[in-house]
Design a protein around this ligand. Structure first.
Ligand SMILES: N=c1c2ncn([C@@H]3O[C@H](COP(=O)(O)OP(=O)(O)OP(=O)(O)O)[C@@H](O)[C@H]3O)c2ncn1[C@@H]1O[C@H](COP(=O)(O)O)[C@@H](O)[C@H]1O
Length: 110
């Protein structure tokens, strides 16, 4: 079992202590452009998985590609010095914003 915190912690550990044969090390070694390229590719694969009828992994295709995308996003956060806790804090701030949004009169009419 690996949640996002655990995955991010392993990625940070690889960044601090490179391990031979690690794909994460390979990405850090290549640098930001490669990480961004992979993130772009994986995003496209999520889109295709969501809309394609022809799914090599059946209904799990979107789940599989989403996990790839989340992994590459975690590598990108680590490369840019962003933490999972910062993302959680940002999401938490929006809880308040969303309830204000729902109270707006134009939203009530929808
Ligand atoms: N969650 C992942 C994960 N998801 C996807 N991937 C890798 O992402 C790559 C994406 O596949 P592609 O075919 O698109 O890329 P590729 O052809 O292998 O590589 P490129 O030549 O395109 O750069 C695959 O090599 C996958 O193994 C991951 N690699 C590692 N992890 C986790 O990261 C942690 C550290 O792993 P290591 O870095 O391998 O030690 C572990 O907890 C792993 O479970």
């Amino acid at each position: 079992m690996q949640n996002l915190d655990e995955l991010y912690a392993v990625i940070k550990e690889r960044q601090k202590n490179p391990q031979k044969g690690s794909y994460t090390d390979y990405l850090f070694g290549k640098g930001l452009d490669k990480i961004l390229k992979k993130f772009g590719e994986e995003s496209t694969e999520v889109i295709v998985a969501a809309k394609n009828e022809n799914k090599p992994r059946g209904d799990d295709e979107l789940v599989y590609e989403s996990a790839d995308l989340l992994y590459h996003l975690c590598v990108l956060w680590a490369e840019k010095g962003v933490t999972v806790d910062q993302i959680k804090e940002e999401l938490a701030k929006r809880e308040g914003l969303m309830s204000e949004f729902k109270d707006r009169p134009e939203i009530q009419d929808l």
